[in-house]
Design a protein around this ligand. Structure first.
Ligand code: ARG
Length: 199
């Protein structure tokens, strides 16, 4: 009730007092409750060039009230609690509906499947390194993906409801064989726990 998981590139260099989080609304700019951020913890080895360690935790000034529209997401139980290839996941956000396109005001969801890590490494071999702390998801022929503005949002296993990834990067959006790349929450479990426990 006191922490928000996001991508480091969303809050890179920003001080906590510039940030608000909106909880309990599916509208981008209205509804729910705005809460101030007390502290930003971004991964100390986040690298804007390689987009490695693209993970951050925000501590809220006041606790969220859980109810029908606000609740916590579950994380993997250990570093090897990772979804199998083909696992159906939801990715949600207010990002653009196509590369360079407009952004919706209603929260959108897309269902994408976990992609074999080696396949993802190969897809991006000539453009960008996909490291072991990244996890990829997409659909066979493209067309479903996260996009600009979705970053920091959750990739959630549709059956276990655990958050398995944080929207991080991709080349274009929804292109065939250019799957969405996410920071793996299983890979950062210890880091997340450390950030949450730190005062
Ligand atoms: N970096 C983007 C953002 O800041 C997210 C891009 C995700 N792209 C993709 N094709 N899955 O919102």
């Amino acid at each position: 009730k006191d922490h928000i998981l996001t991508a480091a590139h969303c809050v890179d260099g920003l001080s906590a007092n510039r940030l608000r989080i909106r909880a309990g609304s599916n509208q981008h700019g209205s509804g729910g409750k705005l809460v101030k951020v007390a502290k930003v913890t971004q991964h100390s080895e986040y690298d804007a060039k390689t987009i490695k360690n693209d993970i951050a935790v925000l501590k809220l000034v006041s606790s969220l009230d859980f109810g029908p529209t606000i609740s916590a997401v579950e994380l993997p139980s250990s570093a090897d609690d990772t979804p199998q290839v083909g696992t159906r996941c939801s990715v949600t956000g207010w990002g653009s509906t196509s590369a360079g396109g407009s952004t919706p005001s209603n929260l959108l969801v897309a269902y994408v499947d976990i992609v074999d890590h080696k396949k993802c490494v190969e897809e991006y071999a000539d453009r960008h390194e996909v490291d072991d702390s990244m996890i990829c998801a997409g659909v066979k022929f493209g067309g479903k993906d996260a996009c600009q503005g979705d970053s920091g949002g959750p990739l959630v296993d549709a059956s276990s409801k655990k958050q398995v990834g944080v929207v991080s990067w991709g080349f274009g959006c929804g292109q065939h064989n250019q799957d969405g790349v996410y920071a793996s929450t299983a890979a950062y479990l210890d880091w997340i726990q450390g950030a949450v426990l730190a005062v």
